[in-house]
Design a protein around this ligand. Structure first.
Ligand SMILES: Nc1ncnc2c1ncn2[C@@H]1O[C@H](COP(=O)(O)OP(=O)(O)OP(=O)(O)O)[C@@H](O)[C@H]1O
Length: 266
C-alpha cells in the first residue's frame, strides 16, 4: 500500500435513511489503494446498508461517492460492478439451481462488461475469467455441483469466486466467515490475503474479531449509522466507547492479550 496515493474510494457524508431511521448517517471516509479496511460494530449499526449504498443495491439518501475519480453516487449495481467494485453478501446469493461453474460463468459474463447481446454466447475472456476464479477459490473439483447443495463454506467461496470472476479493483466482503469453524476461517483468511497480494483493495465487515483484526490494515467501528472509531487494529480494544458499545470487557481483554502475543479466540 502507498499511504500517499490518491484514494480509490471516497465517501462524503453518505447517508441512507429508512423513514426516520438513519441507518447510515453522514459517513465520510477514504480508502487507499491496496488497503484492507475492516468494519465492525453491533447488529443494526448500518454496516451492510453502507455496503448496499456503495455497491448500488440501494440509493443513498444523501452524500457523494467517488470511485477511481468517478462519481458513482447515482450509478446502478451493474454499472458499479463494471467500474470495478465487486461484493459478496452476508446471506447466500447464488442461482441455486445452476452449478458452481455456471454461477461463476454468469458473474464473469455479466459482471465484467456491459453486454450488447446479453446471453448471446459466453466469450473466451469470460470463460477464462471464470476458470481462473474457480481455481482461485479452490472450487475446481466442485464445479459440477449444484449451488443449492453446497455446504456453508463452499457457498461463501462461491460468492468469492463470483466476485473475483468480475476481475474487480475493489471488493466488499460482508461477513465472509460468519458461521464458519476455525479451520474454515483460516482458509478464507488466506484467500483474502491472496486477493490483497493481487492488488485488490478490500473492505470487509466481520463480527469474528480475530479475522477482522488480523487482516485489516485499518479498522472502522460503526454504531447507529456513524463511525465511532477509526484506527489501527491494535487500538480497537483500547477504545473505551468501542468496548462499551460493542466488544464488552471480556472480548477486549482477550484482544489485548492477543496483541500482546497470546492467543485471543475472540
Ligand atoms: N430495507 C430496510 N428497510 C428498513 N429498515 C432497514 C432496511 N435495511 C436495513 N434496515 C435497518 O437499518 C439498520 C441498519 O441495518 P444493517 O443491516 O445495515 O446493520 P448491520 O450493521 O449490517 O447489522 P448486522 O451486523 O446485524 O448485519 C437496522 O436498524 C435495520 O433494521
Amino acid at each position: 500500500m502507498n499511504p500517499g496515493a490518491a484514494p480509490i474510494l471516497t465517501c462524503n457524508a453518505v447517508s441512507r435513511h429508512f423513514g426516520s431511521l438513519r441507518a447510515v448517517d453522514a459517513v465520510s471516509l477514504q480508502v487507499a489503494p491496496g488497503e484492507v479496511l475492516g468494519i465492525g460494530g453491533p447488529n443494526g449499526a448500518g454496516k451492510t446498508t453502507f455496503f448496499d449504498v456503495v455497491t448500488g443495491i440501494t440509493a443513498p439518501s444523501g452524500g457523494r461517492i467517488d470511485f477511481m475519480g468517478r462519481d458513482i453516487t447515482e450509478a446502478g449495481a451493474d454499472e458499479i460492478c463494471h467500474a470495478g467494485i465487486a461484493r459478496t453478501f452476508q446471506l447466500n446469493a447464488a442461482f441455486e439451481h445452476l452449478t458452481v461453474a455456471e454461477n461463476v460463468a454468469v458473474a464473469a459474463q455479466f459482471g465484467r462488461h456491459a453486454r450488447r447481446f446479453p446471453g448471446f454466447r459466453l466469450s473466451a475472456a469470460s470463460r477464462a475469467a471464470a476458470a481462473e476464479a474457480l481455481e482461485f477459490a479452490g472450487l475446481g473439483p466442485k464445479a459440477h455441483l449444484r449451488a443449492g447443495d453446497l455446504p456453508v463454506l463452499d457457498r461463501k467461496l462461491l460468492m468469492i469466486a463470483g466476485a473475483m470472476a468480475t476481475e474487480p479493483r475493489m471488493i466488499f466482503l460482508d461477513e465472509p466467515v460468519g458461521g464458519l469453524n476455525s479451520a474454515e476461517i483460516d482458509l478464507v483468511q488466506e484467500l483474502v490475503r491472496r486477493m490483497q497480494a493481487r492488488g485488490i483493495t478490500i473492505v470487509l465487515i466481520e463480527h469474528v474479531m480475530r479475522f477482522l483484526l488480523t487482516l485489516s490494515t485499518r479498522v472502522l467501528i460503526m454504531h447507529h449509522g456513524q463511525i465511532i472509531f477509526e484506527g489501527p487494529p491494535d487500538r480497537v480494544a483500547e477504545d473505551e466507547t468501542v468496548v462499551e458499545t460493542y466488544l464488552g470487557q471480556g472480548a477486549a481483554r482477550r484482544l489485548k492479550r492477543h496483541f500482546a502475543g497470546a492467543p485471543a479466540h475472540a
